[in-house]
Design a protein around this ligand. Structure first.
Ligand code: AMP
Length: 220
């Protein structure tokens, strides 16, 4: 198939669909999703030192310090499953993180295949973020309006009836998270364009259509 073994970065605003698309690609091509947000949420739940440091920052919608994030991704990317390719979802989010990633991959004699910007206008983000929730058991993502389970209250994927909403998915934190994206993460777009890696797709489209654009952008 088309994307096996690829190393991809998904960029885009919070609530723009990076996580949804990364999960679809993982399912279709067996390339592992590396979501630093998921890793941090797991660390918070487990009460690890990283989790204790990140908790309040995440709830406020700000960015966790670069040194912490680089440490988190460095140990994950060295695990054997990443040898079959990976999709970075939520990392890097700053120029220092991108520079650290570049050095890390160079050391491992790996390169990136593509950086895909999933572009979604700010006006759509609030509605997308405030309505979303996930299966508490398998993590499948849903939305009050845009992606309901086939049977109300039952996860399509694993049948669980327990769902969770993220603590930071509130109208209050969306503005802070969008600001962090525009100020600290958007400078990565020219950074990767200069390296000939950047492609932009329309993230405002329907989920399947975004996936089709994404596969074409990486494979093409
Ligand atoms: P996400 O699930 O990607 O929306 O991430 C949720 C929150 O985790 C963000 O709002 C940040 O507080 C934190 N976070 C995740 N990834 C990073 C990163 N690469 N750098 C800094 N903070 C991050």
């Amino acid at each position: 198939m088309k994307l096996e073994g690829k190393r991809i970065i998904l960029m885009g605003p919070p609530g723009g669909g990076k996580g949804t698309q990364a999960r679809v690609l993982q399912e279709m091509f067996g390339i592992v999703q590396l979501s630093t947000g998921d890793m941090l949420r797991a660390a918070v739940k487990a009460g690890t030192p990283v989790g204790l440091q990140a908790k309040a920052i995440m709830e406020a919608g700000a960015l966790v310090p670069d040194a912490v994030m680089v440490g988190v991704i460095k140990s994950r990317i060295a695990e054997p499953d990443c040898a079959n390719g990976f999709i970075l979802d939520g990392f890097p989010r700053t120029i220092p993180q991108a520079e650290a990633l570049e050095a890390m991959l160079e050391e491992m004699q790996m390169g990136l295949d593509a950086v895909i910007e999933v572009r979604v206008p700010d006006e759509m983000i609030v509605a997308r973020i405030t309505g979303r929730y996930a299966c508490a058991k398998c993590g499948a993502g849903y939305h009050d309006t845009f992606q309901k389970p086939k049977v109300e209250g039952v996860c399509d994927v694993c049948g669980s009836t327990e769902f969770i909403r993220r603590k930071d998915d509130t109208a209050d934190t969306v503005a802070t998270r969008l600001q962090a994206y525009h100020q600290q993460t958007a400078p990565l777009l020219p950074y990767y364009a200069e390296r000939g890696l950047l492609k932009t797709i329309d993230g405002a489209a329907a989920i399947e259509d975004v996936t089709r654009q994404l596969v074409e952008a990486v494979a093409g």
